[in-house]
Structures are given as structure tokens and as C-alpha cells.
Ligand binder design. Structure first.
Ligand code: AMP
Length: 114
């Protein structure tokens, strides 16, 4: 596993507000929330960016999306709505190079994004 900030959170070397975990995915609250709900869904297998995914990695991305949707239902805001985002590289605004899906909820989201 590469040594990103998120790898350290997965290994419990850095504290985080963990809200969900299974064999493949860890989810924790973003330290600088951009909405009342802002949770990061992170695969335990480290892949730096979307560009590094191969044909066999569809399941990894699917697990992030499914875990986020299940969390939204569990927490009761699925019907009100939410946004999921995966940033990629510089123009996408990615700052931690271990793929993660942002789940944002609890306010009206604007479009287009800034
Ligand atoms: P991105 O810019 O898409 O790579 O997203 C990285 C996210 O990680 C940002 O929204 C940060 O606020 C968040 N972040 C950075 N450090 C931590 C941390 N220690 N715990 C939780 N979230 C963090």
C-alpha cells in the first residue's frame, strides 16, 4: 500500500471520524467539510487516480458508489438528494493521490461546480 494520508488513516496511524467500513472500503468525514454531510469513501487498495484504473477495476469504483448510496439511505437523506464526486489530478482538484469518492449532502448543490 502506498504511503498517502489516506493509507495512514486506513492503517489507523492517523485518526479520522470513521462512519463506515467493510473489507474493501473505509469511509470517514472530510476534515474540511464543504456541506453539512461530507464523507470520503476510500478503497483500502490504493490506486492514485482514476487514470490508474484498469479494466478489472470496475468493481472497486462500484463498491465506492454502492457504499455511498447505502450510507445516504441509512442516514436518511437519499430521497432529499446528494452529490458524489471523484476528483482527478490538477484540473480536477485532486489533492490526495489515493482514489476517493466525496459524498456531499445536506444543502442545495450548485451547478456548474466552481
Ligand atoms: P481531493 O481534493 O479530491 O483529493 O480530496 C481530498 C480531501 O481530503 C479534501 O476534501 C480534504 O479536506 C480531505 N482531507 C485532507 N486531510 C484529511 C484528514 N486528515 N481527514 C479527513 N479528510 C481529510
Amino acid at each position: 500500500m502506498s504511503d498517502t494520508l489516506f493509507a495512514k488513516i486506513i492503517r489507523r496511524e492517523i485518526p479520522a471520524a470513521i462512519v463506515y467500513e467493510d473489507d474493501d472500503v473505509l469511509a470517514f468525514r472530510d476534515i474540511q467539510p464543504q456541506a453539512p454531510v461530507h464523507v470520503l469513501f476510500v478503497p483500502k487498495r490504493a490506486v492514485p487516480t482514476l487514470n490508474d484504473l484498469g479494466p478489472a477495476d470496475g468493481g472497486l469504483v462500484g463498491q465506492l458508489v454502492l457504499a455511498a448510496a447505502a450510507y445516504a439511505k441509512r442516514e436518511g437523506f437519499a430521497e432529499a438528494g446528494y452529490r458524489t464526486v471523484i476528483n482527478c489530478n490538477g484540473d480536477g482538484g485532486q489533492s490526495v493521490f489515493h482514489i476517493h469518492l466525496h459524498l456531499l449532502a445536506g444543502r442545495q448543490m450548485g451547478w456548474p461546480p466552481g
